[in-house]
Design a protein around this ligand. Structure first.
Ligand code: ADP
Ligand code: ADP
Length: 226
């Protein structure tokens, strides 16, 4: 059974814009799905519907065999990493990473263990007491990643997570994300404009245009065949 299933998904915003239309995709466990397509084609909207941050107008979203349409974001086994990192500026790195677990009433000792383990993996242990403004872009990106991985979700949604980094750091973090995918054994859905990221990370690539899925295929087939 697919771990995540989007069936005939449609999103029409209040202003009448249909951002996504008749979107169908079965995602297997541990796949690394890449969304590509021009700005405004509905990639973020699709991710936000999966995360529960945006209501689905029509269609069904399943995780396993459970219908998710009306499940609150915090009750979905999903974590999202945003392009701008969306860290809380008044909180320390530790508290930023602990926030989602606190929200879910995780015991304190368990929170501490999970935050420290994630910080160790991401090599940000020495930054736990800092506020986001005292971090570099790459460090902020790691904290955003850490905040997602402490929850050990089944599905990660990443919306252009590397696009604000310089080229060198982007390459480094791309390698780290590939390692994380192996290590976490999670399903990842990842939006990017970077063809190298798409080709090296993706198990399958979804090409979108004007809210419609144009094509879905493996990187080799998509980029190498005429
Ligand atoms: P992408 O992530 O591919 O750039 P989006 O999903 O952000 O595309 O946007 C898809 C379409 O939906 C665009 O036409 C955009 O203007 C519109 N849109 C996105 N968010 C909203 C919103 N909150 N309200 C109204 N329209 C929106
Ligand atoms: P709260 O936000 O619940 O009032 P704090 O955020 O001050 O509490 O810290 C709660 C607990 O989290 C602390 O007792 C400690 O165990 C742990 N903690 C907070 N900051 C750090 C840190 N930088 N490194 C390790 N553990 C921390």
């Amino acid at each position: 059974m697919a771990s995540l299933q989007l069936k005939n998904i449609k999103k029409t915003y209040g202003n009448g814009i249909t951002a996504v239309n008749d979107f169908n995709l079965d995602i297997e466990d541990k796949e690394f799905i890449i969304f590509v397509g021009p700005s405004g084609c509905g990639k973020s909207t699709t991710l936000r519907m999966i995360a529960g941050l945006e209501e689905i107008t029509e269609g069904e979203l399943y995780i396993g065999d459970k219908l998710m349409n009306d499940v609150a974001p915090k009750d979905r086994d999903i974590a999202m990493v945003f392009q701008n990192y969306a860290l809380y500026p008044h909180m320390t790195v530790y508290d930023n990473m602990a926030f989602g677990l606190k929200l879910r009433k995780t015991p304190k000792a368990e929170i501490e263990a999970k935050v420290k383990e994630a910080a160790r993996i991401l090599e940000i242990e020495h930054l736990l007491d800092r506020k986001p403004k005292a971090l570099s872009g790459g460090q902020r990106q790691r904290v955003a990643m850490g905040r997602a991985i402490v929850r050990e979700p089944k599905v990660f949604l990443m919306d252009e997570p590397l696009s604000n980094l310089d080229a060198k750091l982007r390459v480094q973090m791309r390698v780290e994300i590939a390692k994380l995918h192996q290590r976490l054994q999670a399903t990842i859905i990842y939006v990017t404009h970077d063809q190298v990221e798409a080709m090296t990370l993706g198990t399958r690539i979804v090409v979108m245009k004007d809210g419609i899925m144009q094509q879905v295929d493996s990187p080799v087939k998509l980029y190498n065949e005429p």
